[in-house]
Design a protein. Structure first.
Length: 354
């Protein structure tokens, strides 16, 4: 009896097997800087374990599951199949075997999953958590209104207990959603502009209450301790110090473009890995922007897909506020890869349900 495997499924399996190998050997070939966070999580020398905050909860997760006691290559052997299985359950597009820009972006995404989550990682938990939102939107038994409400609740919950900046995402997404009803000439760009505007407003309001702004109290503090360090060659440094209202405004806008449309990255011409990320990021952002525009024009037909993209772009805007460097930015993007994967192939997933 012959078993036929679709070309797309076969391609997915080849990517899985090849990158599983990458994940397992990553421990032996990656520089030490890739394991700074993993060492904190695995060994917990600072006794940070707890129930509130990304480090305490991640340490608790790896302790309770017993993963912290395993060698990193064995952790990779366990974690990477779980990550790939999540994508497989979301779906494999019929044309996944074809060499086009969208598929190549996802192929590289598999490789980056293998690199960044082949060890104890906060992104592993983020990845599994945001995947719940994708499955929620794909569940035909959950109404549209409940899907949106539950997804916003999940983001708030994650912000309270794990990553505080996730608290901003429902606010940004909702503002962009409301603005998208206004009949602007270039609705896509204007909607994103208002997303940026609301996070600037939130940061300035926070600054009036606390005496320091979002990027000043996050990115600036992190980068100040890393000046001239060998692992900080892609730091995001605003041209204006973010200790005034106009400085913070410039810092947020500069951070957004550096993280998502990094045309200023040409200065890293002698760092091939950074250039590769910049190219990947430019194509990814452009394709998602085009798909966002399509959803805005057909908002009733693509109402679920529109909210996935609103959440994604809200995340991209938040990255422009908090990300200290390009390396961290790409690692965090892989943490929300289920959302990116769904957004890139949403037309295929719609056909599945028809």
């Amino acid at each position: 009896m012959q078993i036929k495997i679709k070309k797309s499924t076969a391609t997915f399996m080849v990517l899985f097997i090849a990158n599983l190998f990458v994940a397992v050997i990553a421990f032996y070939i990656l520089p030490k800087r890739f394991f700074y966070d993993s060492a904190i999580i695995a060994f917990d020398k600072g006794k940070e374990i707890g129930f509130l905050g990304s480090y305490p909860l991640t340490i608790l997760f790896y302790k309770l599951t017993g993963l912290r006691y395993l060698p990193f290559p064995l952790i990779a052997l366990i974690q990477f199949p779980i990550l790939a299985y999540v994508l497989y359950k979301i779906g494999v597009p019929n044309n996944f075997y074809k060499l086009n820009v969208k598929n190549i972006l996802v192929y590289l995404g598999f490789f980056m999953m293998a690199i960044f989550m082949s060890m104890p990682s906060k992104e592993f938990i983020t990845y599994l958590y945001v995947a719940i939102i994708v499955f929620l939107y794909r569940n035909e038994n959950v109404s549209y209104g409940k899907s949106i409400t539950l997804s916003m609740f999940l983001l708030v919950l994650f912000g309270i207990f794990y990553r505080p900046y996730f608290l901003l995402m429902p606010i940004i997404a909702f503002v962009m959603y409301v603005v998208s009803f206004i009949n602007f000439k270039n609705k896509t760009i204007v909607t994103l502009f208002y997303g940026l505007l609301i996070v600037i407003f939130l940061s300035l309001s926070y600054g009036m209450l606390e005496g320091h702004y979002f990027s000043e109290s996050s990115r600036e503090i992190v980068n100040t301790t890393r000046l001239n360090a060998s692992d900080a060659n892609s730091m995001i440094v605003s041209p204006v110090k973010p200790d005034t209202w106009y400085g913070e405004t410039v810092a947020i806008v500069y951070g957004f473009f550096t993280v998502n449309i990094p045309l200023n990255g040409i200065k890293y011409i002698f760092s091939p890995q950074i250039i590769a990320f910049i190219i990947w990021q430019l194509f990814l952002f452009y394709i998602l922007l085009v798909r966002f525009s399509k959803c805005l024009k057909n908002r009733e037909k693509y109402k679920y897909e529109l909210w996935i993209l609103l959440i994604l772009f809200a995340y991209f805007i938040v990255q422009g506020v908090f990300e200290p460097d390009l390396g961290t930015a790409i690692r965090h993007k892989i943490g929300v890869f289920p959302l990116i994967y769904y957004a890139l192939y949403y037309e295929h997933f719609r056909k599945e349900h028809q």
